[in-house]
Write a protein that binds this ligand. Structure first.
Ligand SMILES: Cc1cc2nc3c(=O)[nH]c(=O)nc-3n(C[C@H](O)[C@H](O)[C@H](O)COP(=O)(O)O)c2cc1C
Length: 240
């Protein structure tokens, strides 16, 4: 899938007033990680400060794949100075867990992950989409109205699994694995690479019940083999 939906959302104020109370009332078992973005280093901490008194929030995921609009346009995750500043400021705004989400396209992925952890992140989310372009041959123009977009879905699976394996090997940190998961076999690959949790994006758009089914299938797979999921995390017998 190629998307350029941007970061459409109603803004932190509406999320605080309407969305989080709704989630708190209606998703009793779910633990909600709020995805946080901003145009500047300071925006991330400002959003967190606005939401942090809500009991519906279990933690935050900093989307570091967006551009630092007020600081030159480079992605936060690709600029070690702004990456450290974003995470440090976000850390000072909350005691809840923070996950730093990175694109697999950042230079020095292990270095960026380590910098996020040193600055106070509790874990990492890997991976975000990779930049892509699809062209309509008749129009000789991009298929998406915006032009280029972020590519996700099955093609992202090996990229995400490698990123998780590399960062887990380098840091041992808690990782949420995401990218191309649409089956139990895909989820198991992320776990073996080092993920402690799995996220499903594109496949859940087509099949919203998929994440729930995968949880059941994973539990069943482990039970049949007398395994515990936690013992499979990072059990890949290969060094990236
Ligand atoms: C339509 C769409 C919108 C997305 N919006 C966001 C976003 O706002 N913030 C973010 O961090 N990632 C966003 N992503 C990336 C996904 O969270 C995920 O990292 C990526 O799609 C890879 O997982 P998948 O292959 O399971 O979709 C979006 C992905 C899609 C397909």
């Amino acid at each position: 899938m190629l998307n350029a939906v941007g970061l459409a959302n109603p803004g932190a104020e509406v999320v605080r007033r309407d969305v989080l109370p709704w989630l708190g009332r209606n998703l009793v078992r779910a633990r909600v990680l709020v995805s946080v973005v901003g145009d500047s280093v300071e925006d991330f901490a400002a959003v967190i400060a606005k939401l942090d008194d809500s009991e519906a929030v279990a933690g935050y995921e900093l989307n570091l794949s967006c551009p630092n609009v007020k600081g030159g346009g480079l992605e936060f995750g690709s600029d070690p100075t702004s990456l450290r500043a974003v995470v440090t400021l976000a850390r000072s705004a909350t005691r809840r867990p923070i996950f730093a989400k990175l694109s697999p396209a950042v230079a020095q992925l292990e270095g960026a992950a380590a910098a996020a952890l040193e600055s106070g992140a509790d874990g990492l989310t890997l991976v975000n989409t990779v930049p892509g372009l699809l062209i309509d041959p008749n129009l000789r123009r991009p298929v998406l109205g915006f032009g280029s977009g972020g590519a996700s879905g099955p093609g992202l699976l090996p990229i995400g699994v490698l990123a998780v394996a590399r960062v887990f090997r380098a840091t041992g940190a808690p990782i949420i694995g995401v990218g191309g998961v649409s089956s139990l076999g895909d989820a198991l690959q992320y776990v073996l690479a080092g993920a402690r949790a799995i996220a499903v994006g594109t496949a859940a758009l087509r099949d919203p019940r998929l994440p729930e089914r995968l949880v059941g299938e994973l539990a069943q797979w482990c039970e049949q083999r007398g395994q515990e999921v936690r013992n499979l995390t990072g059990a890949l017998e290969w060094r990236p």
